[in-house]
Design a protein around this ligand. Structure first.
Ligand code: UD1
Ligand code: CA
Length: 458
């Protein structure tokens, strides 16, 4: 249960210079989901409300996360993590929360348990609690300083760390996760200075200032917990994504999902796959996709926001988005199902067939080289190879309806809006512009003429 007296502040205004990308860092994705989505979801499980400080690329971030709209606060110039918290402080005060949980927007692997411990310690009476971990190489992370009795005395950023002044590097680093007593830290927060090599206002200086001011400051140490740390480079992003991916497939295997070449299977955090489904890598199952028991997904598929019913088959090399494949249906190999594609029970959509806002009724087939756009195909109909629905006249999209049991001959163009009746037959090579009544045979092509005399004289 979230703590109503705790507000979370996610610091996400930085550019992420070390990513070498013009995209704000928190928009970088892991398993198809933006980084900020992970942090906000975790924060929301622990804190009663969530604020997100944005700055660099603020408009892009707002557009990507409309669900976070109410909690956005802008930091107009990015003058450091302490400055970012200052930018949110009015909103923190207005919320009436007694405690403020601070997270870095670039730490997508942090788990609710990590935050619970922090909040729990703060609620027991600490004014400043933060999480630390130890690394074999502390690299660019902030170093935690302790006194001779093991008590925390401060955090020094890597750029400013000097063993001659600060003592030997112990490898204990700041994770960037803090829980602060709103009343107790305010004075220290607004007395931060930028007297450091980067010329920034560091949130980490709160620790030293707090100790000097006699506040109760606690550091909770986790041994070797790299998942708590921020992602700063493409290499760190790739490693974080791989840890998430491996965790996902391990959980799926443990729950009873069959995975072949599981090291090459990507399953996003919102996807739900039932035990008894069978997937072969490499493949990517993204967004809010659901896959039912006994469904099989072949190698080299990408499936986003789809419903794959129990017992459906998606064969190799399919690209599916916002589509539905029913029980007993077979898609692929090489099918492209775009938004609104619906493949009915026991229907078949084959190679190089594209569907968009189109349904195939029960047992209907479109097996080869076809485009079905804005189309409803009735049960048991057969769509011949090379059939194209001409759904777009350059201005508007139009609907095609094909009745149950109809047979569309190969290489037919159906110029929408148009209806083909039940059990009707369209001759191969036709261009259909008018309604074909139920049970009728439509032929709409030039007759073949054979002219003599082309051959060589014998
Ligand atoms: C920060 C910590 C460091 C810690 C590390 C853990 C500081 C000064 N340093 O370093 O001690 O070991 O995280 O991963 O806090 N941000 C803003 N506004 C700004 C600057 C940054 O919102 O003006 C945001 C960034 O978007 C990012 C987060 O704050 O999400 C952390 O900033 P970043 O520059 O990544 O800090 P680190 O150098 O990684
Ligand atoms: Ca960082």
């Amino acid at each position: 249960m979230p703590h109503d007296n705790t507000i979370a502040v996610i610091l996400a205004a930085g550019k992420g210079t070390r990513m070498h990308s013009s995209k704000p860092k928190v928009l970088q994705t892991l398993l198809g989901e933006g980084m900020l989505q992970y942090v906000a979801a975790t924060a929301g499980t622990v804190a009663g409300s969530v604020l997100t400080v944005i700055g660099y690329g603020a408009e892009q971030v707002r557009a990507a996360y409309p669900e976070l709209a109410e909690g956005f606060v802008e930091q107009l110039a990015q003058k450091g993590t302490g400055h970012a918290l200052q930018a949110a402080w009015d909103r923190v005060r207005q919320s009436g929360a007694t405690h403020c949980l601070v997270l870095n927007g670039d730490a997508p692997l942090v788990q609710p348990e990590d935050l619970e411990e922090l909040v729990g310690t703060a609620h027991e009476g600490a004014d400043i609690v933060f999480l630390t971990t130890t690394l074999p190489d502390a690299g660019a992370f902030g170093r935690v300083l302790r006194g001779s009795a093991g008590n925390v005395t401060g955090i020094v950023e890597a750029k400013d760390f000097n063993p001659a002044i600060h003592g030997a590097d112990t490898g204990e680093v700041n994770t960037g996760l803090f829980c602060l007593s709103v009343g107790a830290v305010e004075a220290a927060l607004f007395s931060l200075t930028s007297a450091n090599r980067a010329g920034e206002y560091y949130i980490t200086d709160l620790v030293g200032l707090g100790v000097q001011a006699g506040l109760k400051v606690h550091a909770l140490k986790r041994e070797d917990a790299p998942d708590l740390l921020g992602v700063n480079s493409p290499l760190e992003l790739a490693r974080a994504e791989e840890r998430l991916r491996a965790g996902q497939t391990e959980r799926l295997l443990a729950s009873g999902v069959l995975l072949h070449q599981h090291e090459q299977i990507v399953v996003g955090p919102r996807a739900a796959i039932d035990p008894g489904a069978e997937l072969t890598g490499p493949c990517r199952i993204l967004g809010a996709t659901t896959i039912g028991q006994g469904a099989t997904i072949g190698a080299f598929c990408q499936i986003t926001n789809c419903v794959i019913d129990a017992g459906a088959t998606v064969r190799e090399f399919c690209h599916l988005e916002d589509a539905h494949v029913c029980a007993g249906a077979v898609a692929g190999p090489y099918s492209r199902l775009r938004p609104g594609a619906d493949v009915g029970e026991n229907a078949r959509v084959g190679n190089f067939v594209e569907m968009k806002k189109a349904s195939l009724g029960k047992g209907a087939k479109a097996s080869h080289l076809t485009y079905l756009g804005d189309t409803a195909v009735g049960a048991g109909a057969n769509i011949g190879a090379g059939t194209i629905t001409c759904n777009y006249d350059g201005v508007h999209k139009h609907q095609t309806n094909i009745g149950a049991g109809a047979f569309i001959g190969s290489n037919t163009a159906l110029v929408a809006p148009v209806q083909v009746g039940e059990n009707a037959l369209v001759a191969a090579g036709s261009v259909i512009t008018k309604t074909v009544p139920d049970g009728a045979l439509a032929v709409a092509r030039a007759r073949q003429t054979n002219l003599e005399g082309r051959g060589k004289k014998s």
